[in-house]
Design a protein. Sequence first.
Length: 550
Amino acid sequence: MISRRDFVRNSAVAGLCFLPKFSRLAFAQGVDAHIEVVLDDIIGTISPNIFGHFVENLSGVVYDGIWVGEDSKVPNVHGIRKELVDEMSKINPAVVRFPGGCFADSYDWRDGIGPADKRPRRTNFWNGGETADAPASHRYDPNRFGTNEFAQFCRLIGAQPYLAANLRSLPAEAFYRWVEYCNSPAGSTTLADERGTAGFKDPFNVKYWGVGNESWGCGGNFTPQEYATEFRRFVTWVPEYGQKLAFIASGPDGANWAWTHGFLEEIVRKGKGMLSSIYGLALHHYAWNLSRGRTQDWNEGKGDALKFDPVDWYELLREGDRMEQLIQGHWQVMSEQDPGHTIKLVVDEWGPWYRPGSEATPGDQLEQIPTLRDAVFSGMTMDIFNRHPEKVTMANCAQLINCLNSLYLAHENRFVVTPVGHVFAMYAAHQGGEGVRTEFSAPAIHYDRDGKAASFWGLRGSASLHGKQLVVTAVNPNVKDPLQAQIVTRGARVNSGKATILTAPDIHAHNTFDQKRAVAPQEKDVQFKGESVSFTFPAASVTKLQLNLA
Ligand code: AHR
């Protein structure tokens, strides 16, 4: 049972100050937690793009995961894995980023067009991390899956393409030509003809273009000032073909405030007008350090995807929860040069990153098996994005399949939806809704961090309004205790509703090729009526409530 001290402490930790309001609303006694949805306080439209995806030409992501080939025994549509297309079509995937990641700054898009048998084989950027017996397509890019195939994939699943251009190793001219290949009208240019010959007469109309990736690291080791200079050059006078282009600049790694500051300071040296050339600033944040403060070493600090204790569960969530401060912090830094916030945040890589060892297909680089922990992590992260719709315009989970926080795992003819995939299916209900201010209050969870007391919040989530339907998602991160919460919808009564719950008896639960539904969402009709309803969030769970308002 919540003590008053815990309740006050957690409210304060959350930066909330609403005890007087709660007392005015006369919340019921005896419940553990409170959720207050302030229906007339709209915080912004939730862009469908914040539930976006990321596909890099890395190990088993493209070759095996997505591309199986037209002649494969694996059911496919134009060479693309059919089960993947079918599953993705269910989650309304608004946008997919390709071809990297670090790979993007080594990629020449021209290698991936034209007759398939004429396309060159190139050493993949990730070759150095592949084992000697890795499939040839993982080590040496056959370029079978290029721009046309990616555009085809996007069409099949109903998503918009987001292409990441090479700024480190190709000139700006190559970038313009890629735009020309994708967007110039049928019959207008030689490249449009080449596209037509390949069977794609109509332009792809690609709107989103990344200009380099992680330019502070694998994308060229630039200083923010050097990168800003390159960025200005790359985006100046890029030809448009009736499709307004949205340029996404390589942004900071985690809490690197100096990158955001230095980049924008240099950008505006040529005048404030330059700000309008930037649609988004890409923020990357991976949760990887589970060493409990012992090390900052990238390899030593990582934990295991499948073998972990409750303390590792909370530590991972803590690392991921930093996302909210990163969004707020970079937004603040951006306002120094861009007080009107012309530029939005694009979190185009996020997710947990564990050490090697849990690959569904042994040998696949950066592949890990997502568990219930990663589902809770993903729900928590998407709730953070939902709480900042005016700041975050796009986000792309790293990555879609066979890599890091995968929604799907696949190998040859085997395929499975991971717990993360299920969370994406649940959260699709938020897309395009009006984000509504919602306050969560619950006792903090206390745990032992190597002999020292540590705590984590007890319940958080987000809400969006879709006409008369209110969608509330929430995460109970407590590994053992359910949490009863009273939900107050200020401004309207609830007539009816249903709940979708994702949890499992074991926090390590995960889906495999043989056991596909160890973690799967359960739907439940709930007796909701009135302006105040009660719901019990199971331990270690992600929940979606769809409430029909009177
Ligand atoms: O997602 C894997 C890698 O992580 C990407 O290629 C890179 O951008 C990041 O460092």
